[in-house]
Design a binder for this molecule. Structure first.
Ligand code: 5GP
Length: 191
């Protein structure tokens, strides 16, 4: 990674300094493993029903783009947009779908792709909603999980990394819509 001064990432900007938590190399290796696991699990299913990677906008897009290319099956891609209400830093569990899927999910094998499961409220709501659409199966892939913050029992079928209770940014995750394109996962160190 390029550095501006010794040891300081060139990406680091005031007023949101951050440190690298998970390197882009570690992410790439783990995403390849998840893709291989999904390939193995769905290889015998895809001839009978479509397999859809369903990305939750916007945080999942970078993860989803990389994950999809490690799945060696003719899957399809779709997206769903959701927004949470209430305090931006405390998930309320009140979730609204702001952009729905482009094609029906009925009879399809759906893998929801999330950036992070924090309290679990968002994904809990989303999985409940999607289950009513009668997919052939419904699973969850999440790049990150913060188990210390868990308030809902959410089964993550394909998990990238378990992380401590810190606010993270990069590889799809934002601070006020910025830094999603950071190639690694950083921990915000703002005092
Ligand atoms: P939950 O409902 O599981 O508490 O949180 C879901 C959403 O909160 C995530 O999809 C993500 O958008 C946001 N979120 C939770 N923790 C973090 C974090 O550490 N960093 C960023 N950038 N977003 C987070």
């Amino acid at each position: 990674m390029s550095t501006s001064t010794a040891g300081v990432p060139a990406w680091n900007r005031h007023p949101e300094p951050f440190e690298e938590l998970i390197s882009s190399q570690a992410i790439a290796a783990r995403v390849a493993e998840l893709g291989a696991a999904i390939t193995a699990d769905y290889a015998s299913l895809i001839d009978k029903a479509d397999v859809v990677l369903l990305g939750v906008l916007k945080g999942s897009v970078i993860f989803m783009a990389d994950l999809a290319r490690h799945i060696a099956l003719p899957i399809s891609l779709d997206f769903i947009g959701i927004s949470s209400y209430g305090d931006a830093t405390v998930s309320s569990g009140v979730v609204q779908i702001t952009q729905d899927v482009s094609r029906p999910l009925e009879g399809k094998h759906v893998i929801v792709v999330e950036d992070i499961v924090d309290t679990g409220h968002t994904v809990h709501y989303l999985l409940q909603n999607l289950a009513t659409r009668r997919p052939a199966s419904l699973k969850l892939a999440s790049l990150l999980h913060k188990p210390e913050r868990s308030e809902r029992d959410v089964a993550i079928d394909y998990l990238g990394f378990t992380i401590p209770n810190k606010f993270v940014v990069g590889y799809g995750l934002d601070i006020a819509q910025r830094y999603r394109n950071l190639p690694f996962i950083g921990v915000v160190t703002t005092p």
